[in-house]
Design a protein. Structure first.
Length: 229
């Protein structure tokens, strides 16, 4: 039995905290001739419950979710469910996010402005045991790995620190960040201090300026791009 057959018979898990995104993905994938049994989860914690409760061969995971981030979920999947293939579907087109996803154990990475046909191709390739990344993003990743471009300063941040920085840049208060990430306010403050030290930035205003310059603001997803509708 091929990996794709296993994924299709076992189930394909859609993990995104936005219902409209999951509905759009379901429509795209159900339109494919070779249909999967599609299962939905609105958070990383729900995704783990699904993985414990039923056989799943492939997971499509969003990186930006409250509570357990997509990167944390990928690491958990790779550690506990080694047979499960992971395709990241993210709003982030910067190569740093793709690199972090692959280091966490993802098998593929596409952005949410990807056309429907390319998304289906990515799902099939990852389900078959291959790796997938969009051509434009692949070029940026290779250039950075080859040293042709300098890594930005925020590349040295941990995955959690980067997520906290994104939320600071987006204008969230420490209490909002703590609630969204299931952390204490004190822990958020500690992350903020470490971020400032690593980026050598003196205050919140400087963090926000840096984040905006590097497009690290984290706007709310409003659903799938029209090209995926």
């Amino acid at each position: 039995m091929s990996t794709r057959d296993l994924a299709r018979r076992s189930g394909l898990l859609l993990v995104d905290d936005h219902t409209i995104v999951r509905e759009g993905l379901r429509r795209i994938l159900e339109a494919v001739a070779d249909q999967w049994q599609i299962i939905e989860a609105g958070s990383g914690f729900q995704a783990l419950e699904c993985l414990r409760g039923q056989p799943i061969g492939l997971a499509i995971v969003d990186l930006s979710m409250p509570g357990m981030s997509g990167l944390e979920l990928i690491k958990r999947i790779r550690a506990e469910y080694t047979h499960v293939k992971v395709l990241v579907l993210s709003m982030h087109a910067e190569e740093q996010y793709a690199l972090r996803a692959f280091r966490a154990g993802a098998n593929g990475y596409v952005t949410k402005d990807t056309a429907s046909a390319e998304l289906v191709s990515a799902v099939r390739k990852v389900a078959d045991g291959g790796a997938y990344i969009t051509a434009s993003l692949a070029e940026s990743v290779v250039r950075q790995l080859n040293g042709a471009t300098r890594s930005p300063r925020h590349a040295q941040l941990s995955d959690r620190e980067l997520e906290v920085l994104q939320r600071i840049v987006a204008g969230q208060r420490p209490t909002e960040i703590a609630e969204a990430l299931h952390l204490s306010v004190k822990t958020v403050s500690t992350h903020k201090t470490r971020i400032q030290d690593k980026l050598q930035l003196p205050n919140t205003a400087a963090l926000i300026r840096y984040g905006l310059e590097h497009q690290l603001d984290k706007p709310e997803d409003s659903g799938l791009d029209r090209s995926m509708a």
